[in-house]
Ligand binder design. Structure first.
Ligand code: NOJ
Length: 574
């Protein structure tokens, strides 16, 4: 077997200097306050991450992406930023950041940070200044303030609903104490949207991108990349108007939605790209853009951010046809845009895939293409009952899906804890312990995203399973012990060891971005070949199937009499 891999980074030095390092990278997402707590205050911190660099190294990832660690009141888990160029004192200091970045670089891993440009927090200096300044002032112009409707401006400028539920407009009290204007927020009311027509806003983000790039950050994950630019002038359409338009034909694919995916946003990214390219190697970026598939390429283009998340697998069921369609479409799309594809099953916003795959398949929703995979969402709406989850099946499928993903060309984005096969925490978190604004703004209608943000179990014993010396900021159920790192470490059958083995092989084998489907008579089986004879076969069904000729190098579950059992992936060389 040949493992000649021109684009593989068999040594870390290659990765650190290669401008294309991101194209086939395995990127590990850290949710900082829930990863590792070095001082026992129950909140994960940067020093905790630095202490775990050897763990990340042994896992075999190429880069680490940190969700926001900036000063924040945590109205939205840190996506409400008070100051873009500092570290939250609850999480550490800028010196801690430098130490962490140096340790990751030293160990051959790249560092990606989250940039949140659509909105700041309501505690940001600029927003405080806006509230203290009069209507029409330059300070107000950095955000989106409008007069209300009705005789005394007592009605919001529109009846739109925010992403987390409740209205998109919040009324302020003017400095003289009278009821005043309204400001726009797509998310929580603690997250006022910036006015991206304001040159000061543009300048300030360039400064932020430079600040972190100069500190050695290698790339950026752009939060709500399809937000930012807006058209909120004049009489605004009603919510009913917007919903009617969205369900007609292709909805807003012409970029005419008042606040999502407008064409003007790309001028901002063109400017950012120039800045990224001033560095050597150029800084990278990946867009979080929940847009129609036909609109994604522009975000991912080399003149833009360079890469965009495709959340299609994350929304799909464990289903051969859905996987086949999604992979084929996304590889073609990435090739056309000049980017490489991205793959992701879990992140801090969705139900962990080990749980999702153990839930009954939800009915396809009428407005989705093939996205029947709303099982996780449905489970959250129904209260997240653990007894509804087939844990064994969910884990088995999650392992098979992840092994398949690691064989795909493009970047694989992993979310902390998935390498442990960790399950989502559901109704074991009480209402009083919940933190997610989507729970509060929906008045408890859905339980929200806290269940995937519960601090990691490092050891089977200890006050917070080795996360820290005291209780964790979100409660960890007793069953977390079974998933602890120290329980899995060295156990060949564990999910952790499967990930380590697969990521190590992937690093040796990745080369080129080609994928060739190999037809299989069984519609439940997906089989493909990568350059150098590397093959991946997944059985999405329940009965064991014959494997193709070849030597198996890793499988997500044990083979049965040389056959590939249901919900299993194997890699082999023919
Ligand atoms: C997307 C982030 O992933 C999510 O966690 C956050 O709540 C919203 N953007 C708002 O910033």
């Amino acid at each position: 077997m040949s493992t000649t891999a021109p684009e593989a980074h068999r040594n870390d030095a290659d990765r650190m200097t290669d401008p294309n390092w991101w194209r086939q990278a395995a990127v590990y997402q850290i949710y900082p306050r829930s990863f590792a707590d070095s001082n026992g205050d129950g909140i994960g911190n940067l020093k905790g991450i630095t202490a775990k660099v050897p763990y990340l190294k042994s896992l075999g990832v190429d880069a680490v992406w940190l969700s926001p660690f900036y000063p924040s009141a945590l109205a939205d888990g840190g996506y409400d930023v008070d100051d873009y160029r500092d570290v939250d004192p609850k999480i550490g200091t800028l010196e801690d950041f430098d130490e962490m970045a140096a340790a990751l670089h030293e160990a051959g891993m790249k560092v990606i940070v989250d940039i949140v440009p659509n909105h700041s927090s309501d505690r940001h200096e600029w927003f405080k200044e806006a509230l203290a300044s009069p209507k029409g002032s330059p300070a107000r112009d950095r955000y989106i303030f409008r007069d209300g409707l009705g005789e005394n401006g007592e009605l919001p400028p529109s009846d739109w609903e925010s992403v987390f539920g409740g209205p998109t407009w919040e009324r302020i009290t003017e400095p003289d104490g009278t009821p005043g204007q309204w400001y726009f927020h797509i998310f929580a009311k603690e997250q006022p949207d910036f006015n991206w027509d304001n040159p000061e806003v543009r300048e300030d983000f360039l400064k932020t991108l430079r600040f972190w790039s100069d500190r050695g950050v290698d790339g950026f994950r752009i939060d709500v990349a399809h937000g930012m630019t807006k058209n909120l002038e004049g009489t605004l359409p009603t919510r009913a108007d917007l919903e009617a338009r969205a369900s007609e034909g292709d909805g807003f694919v012409d970029g005419s939605h008042p606040y999502w995916d407008r064409d003007e946003v790309h001028a901002i990214y063109a400017e950012w790209r120039k800045l990224f390219n001033e560095y050597n190697p150029p800084r990278t970026a990946v867009a979080e853009a929940w847009v129609h598939q036909t609109r994604r390429a522009r975000y991912a283009s080399p003149e833009g951010l360079g890469q965009a998340f495709n959340f299609d697998l994350l929304q799909a069921d464990f289903d051969a046809t859905q996987f086949h369609t999604i992979i084929t479409k996304n590889l073609a799309e990435a090739a056309a845009s000049g980017a490489s594809s991205t793959w992701v099953f879990s992140n801090h916003d969705v139900v962990r895939h080990a749980t999702r795959y153990g839930l009954p398949v939800a009915e396809p929703s009428s407005d989705a293409e093939i996205m029947a995979g709303q099982a996780g969402k449905k489970w959250l709406l129904e209260g997240g009952k653990q007894e509804d989850v087939d844990i064994e099946l969910g884990l088995r499928r999650a392992r098979a899906a992840s092994l398949l993903m690691f064989a795909l060309p493009g970047s694989a984005y992993l979310y902390q804890g998935e390498e442990l096969g960790l399950q989502e925490v559901g109704n074991e978190i009480t209402d009083a312990e919940r933190q997610d604004p989507s729970f509060f703004r929906n008045k408890g209608k859905e339980i929200g995203r806290d269940g995937c943000r519960v601090p990691l179990p490092w050891t089977a014993e200890g006050p917070s399973f080795g996360f820290g010396d005291g209780p964790a900021h979100l409660p960890q159920p007793a069953w977390f012990a079974d998933f602890a790192v120290d329980v899995q470490d060295g156990d060949e059958s564990s999910t952790l060891e499967l990930y380590r083995k697969a990521l190590k092989l992937r690093r040796e084998l990745q080369s080129g971005e080609e994928l060739e489907w190999i037809p299989n008579a069984d519609p439940q089986v997906l089989h493909f070949r990568r350059p150098n004879g590397w093959e991946s076969v997944t059985n999405f069904g329940t009965d064991a199937v014959e494997l193709p000729e070849g030597t198996v190098v890793v499988s997500s579950s044990a083979l049965e009499d040389g056959k590939l059992p249901g919900a299993t992936t194997a890699w082999l060389f023919g």
